[in-house]
Design a protein around this ligand. Structure first.
Ligand SMILES: C[S@@+](CC[C@H](N)C(=O)[O-])C[C@H]1O[C@@H](n2cnc3c(N)ncnc32)[C@H](O)[C@@H]1O
Length: 253
């Protein structure tokens, strides 16, 4: 992977301030640790609701037969699987992720489910996507952006490899504006989540990071402004589950 020169002194890893060059390694540690239990934990933690958030993402993507789709930070391939069916034999889906453990689990899982022929697996950092300009009709990044060290760089990189008129969809945890929901959600995230992580994945720290990284992620309006700054137009977002999750959409002009 290419060495990048970082222009920030510090960044966040959950609630900790760390050197930008260390964040990548720390995030890698989290996903190496959780890869094998990731799918089970996803269903448990969200009580299956992540499937509804993802289904809405696929609906809004307007992906159809023959399209080229990049699912960056694609992990174990939930979105890739649905896109593979939609693009058919004449289309292509690239499942890209920085982490080889997540890619391995995703590739094995999709092959086991018979998803073959139009899916490629690429180890890549969202900040410097190894694809030519104007390659994809649609790019998705689901629950990935908050883990990326330089989010602005990643958004610019995504804009570069999208075709003009192509769509970026960012599905990510966001901010609730209901004080009661926020209270319940905080209690759940900081007590129950690490406990479940310990029980199921034998790792409470990674799930504490998950809760902290969500709180540190830019809110809806900030992310919308960042997408505009990176070159996207017609930027909109939809809150889901009271704003616990938001789906952002932007178009490459
Ligand atoms: C929470 S998982 C999401 C996986 C999948 N998209 C989903 O929704 O189930 C976050 C993924 O982001 C990946 N990731 C973290 N930093 C990344 C980066 N800089 N570039 C690409 N992928 C990254 C992790 O390896 C991990 O697989």
């Amino acid at each position: 992977m290419t060495e990048k020169v970082r222009d920030q002194d510090k960044t966040h890893f959950g609630y900790k301030d760390v050197n930008p060059d260390d964040k990548e390694k720390l995030v890698a540690g989290v996903f190496h640790s959780v890869a094998d239990s990731y799918d089970m934990m996803n269903d448990l933690m969200s009580m299956g609701v992540h499937r509804i958030w993802k289904r809405f993402t696929v609906e809004l993507s307007a992906v159809r037969k023959g399209h080229h789709v990049l699912d960056i930070a694609g992990g174990t391939g939930d979105l890739t699987k649905q896109f593979s069916r939609l693009v058919g034999d004449t289309g292509r889906v690239v499942l890209a992720d920085i982490n080889e453990s997540m890619l391995r689990v995703g590739r094995d899982r999709l092959i086991d489910q018979g998803i073959v022929g139009n899916v490629e697996y690429v180890q890549a950092n969202a900040e410097c996507l190894p694809f030519p300009e104007n390659t994809f009709d649609c790019i998705t990044i689901a629950f990935g952006l908050r883990n990326v060290t330089d989010k602005d760089e990643a958004l610019r990189s995504m804009c570069r490899v999208l075709k003009p008129g192509g769509r970026l969809l960012v599905l990510e945890f966001s901010k609730t504006n209901n004080p009661l929901l926020t209270k319940a959600y905080d209690a759940y995230s900081f007590s129950l989540l690490p406990f479940m992580g310990k029980l199921v994945a034998g790792d409470s720290e990674s799930y504490r990071y998950l809760a902290e990284s969500i709180r540190k992620h830019p809110d809806q309006e900030t992310l919308k402004a960042m997408m505009k700054e990176a070159g996207f137009v017609n930027n909109t977002y939809h809150n889901m589950t009271g704003g616990i999750v938001a789906l952002h959409k932007g178009i490459k002009p």
